[in-house]
Design a binder for this molecule. Structure first.
Ligand SMILES: *Cc1c(COP(=O)(O)O)cnc(C)c1O
Length: 469
């Protein structure tokens, strides 16, 4: 994957190709269902990609959550996992890694990010409270609202415009944050959240300058400030690449600087924890942490394991540090950009600039003949599957209903899992599907069965015309 020479790749001595900075040590067979088998599988699944089995999929880009490959070091760490119920050595290794990166003293392990959110908002949320963020991730919003509080998204204007090339489209609108807190009253804002990178906005980063500005507003109103830190390492890399004052810093130094501005964080270790499961809640305040631990014992587990096995905590302790390796981050950002270039050269518009963990294809631009009511992004996602066995995820009217602002297909990048040739293949599949789209050979869908909440997971659809063989 050629790119402009990166200083971090001085090790490559002037060669332009950013290679995967790992060798493959164990492999998993990729299934190769035929096109006929794929059509049959998706028909049986009610034209819902969530209904497929992994054997039905050739390249799975449904999500980057928990789908990455662990390193030999992480697997070795798992063998050292200490399954002691109370006071496990693995907990202390985990706590030390989180502390080294975040500086937070109070480290509470949970089974996933959403468990950390549920515990935090059970304590800080409640009726009448307002919790601002750049953009709440869907589980975060759901947990805020379940507590009775209101979740407010205050991302900068550019963050809502797909074609805007702003380098930090995840930034909080600082004036809007100030206005929001002064209007509802600081006593009704128990915490300000900031998602790094901004997942729902396309994996767009937040600048260190913006993080500091959020801190200043929180100081002015004496409101605590938490990061939703799921992709903190990718965010640190974008800061290094795009924020001139940080260019000389290591990703670890930048992560330290990001967390130094905050009072706490929620984290899904399934993202930049480089693990297949896990999460944590970390903070400065011992009093709030004590209340969180009371809830933790109720539903997750004893405070030195939360919802995790000792071996999970070992894997996360190692994974968190590996996520900050500049060679890894350079390769990660480069491979996402590489896939984006493939889509662009196939004439498929994408959300810009390319974020950290996924490429978002703009279905409404490619399929102007399919109206919103017929789910153009789902039509595109289904065509990528039927034509090439590539599974992405619809992020549009099927997921959000009438309030959807865009019709996108997200191709998420599992960490350290696919190679450049896999991405070349995905690029070819995109090309073939784009040609079909331009020939108006793709058609819309209608819903035949749906549930009231988060319908996209279980909805059943029907093509409006028979899918062309
Ligand atoms: C994945 C994610 C979560 C939730 O984490 P889970 O481990 O899936 O429960 C929260 N916030 C963001 C930004 C995420 O990407």
């Amino acid at each position: 994957m050629a790119m402009a020479f990166e200083p971090e790749h001085a090790a490559l001595q002037g060669f332009k190709t950013i290679i995967e900075p790992f060798r493959i040590h164990s492999t998993q067979q990729i299934p190769f269902p035929t096109r006929e088998e794929r059509l049959e599988a998706i028909r049986k699944a009610g034209w819902n990609l969530f209904g497929l089995r992994s054997e039905d999929v050739i390249i799975d880009m449904l999500t980057d959550s928990g789908t990455g490959a662990m390193s030999a070091r992480q697997w070795a760490g798992m063998m050292e996992g200490d399954e002691t119920y109370a006071g496990s050595r693995s907990y202390y290794a985990f706590r030390d890694a989180v502390h080294e990166i975040t500086g937070f003293q109070e480290v509470i392990p949970t089974h996933q990010g959403r468990a950390a959110e549920r515990i935090l908002f059970s304590i800080l949320g409640g009726k009448g409270k307002v919790i601002p963020s750049n953009t709440h991730f869907d589980t975060t919003r759901a947990n805020v609202e379940y507590s009775g509080a209101k979740a407010v998204d205050l991302v900068i204007q550019e963050g809502r415009i797909p074609s805007s090339e702003h380098p930090f489209k995840g930034n909080m609108d600082i004036a809007a944050l100030d206005k929001c807190i002064s209007e509802v009253g600081a006593e009704n804002v128990p915490v300000v959240m900031l998602t790094v990178t901004n997942n729902s906005g396309g994996g767009q980063p937040v600048s260190l300058e913006n993080i500091r500005a959020v801190r200043a507003v929180c100081d002015k109103y004496k409101v605590p400030f938490f990061l939703d830190a799921c992709r903190f390492a990718e965010n640190a890399w974008f800061i290094k690449m795009r924020e001139a004052s940080c260019a000389h810093m290591t990703p670890m130094e930048i992560a330290n600087a990001m967390f130094a501005q905050a009072d706490g964080c929620t984290m899904s270790a399934k993202k930049d924890g480089m693990a297949n499961i896990g999460g944590f809640l970390a903070m400065k305040c011992p009093e709030v942490a004590a209340r969180c631990r009371d809830l933790l014992i109720l539903t997750e587990g004893f405070p030195t394991y939360g919802g995790l096995a000792g071996y999970d905590m070992e894997a996360i302790a190692i994974g968190l540090r590996e996520a900050l390796d500049p060679l890894y981050l350079c390769y990660r950002a480069r491979s996402t950009a590489y896939l984006a270039e493939k889509a662009t050269s196939a004439g498929v518009p994408i959300m810009k600039p390319v974020g950290g963990h996924a490429v978002y294809l703009d279905a409404s631009a490619l399929l102007p003949h399919i109206p919103r009511e017929e789910f153009p992004a789902q039509a595109l996602a289904l065509a990528l599957y039927v034509e090439g066995g590539v599974r992405g995820c619809e992020i549009g009217s099927l997921m959000f209903g009438d309030v959807a602002k865009m019709e996108l297909v997200r191709l998420a990048m599992p960490r350290r899992t696919y190679t450049q040739s896999h991405l070349d293949y995905v690029g070819e599949v995109i090309e073939r599907v784009a040609a079909k789209a331009r020939a108006k050979e793709l058609n819309g869908y209608r819903i035949v069965e749906q549930s009231q909440w988060l319908r996209h997971f279980t909805v059943k659809l029907e093509p409006l015309q028979a899918y062309k063989l």
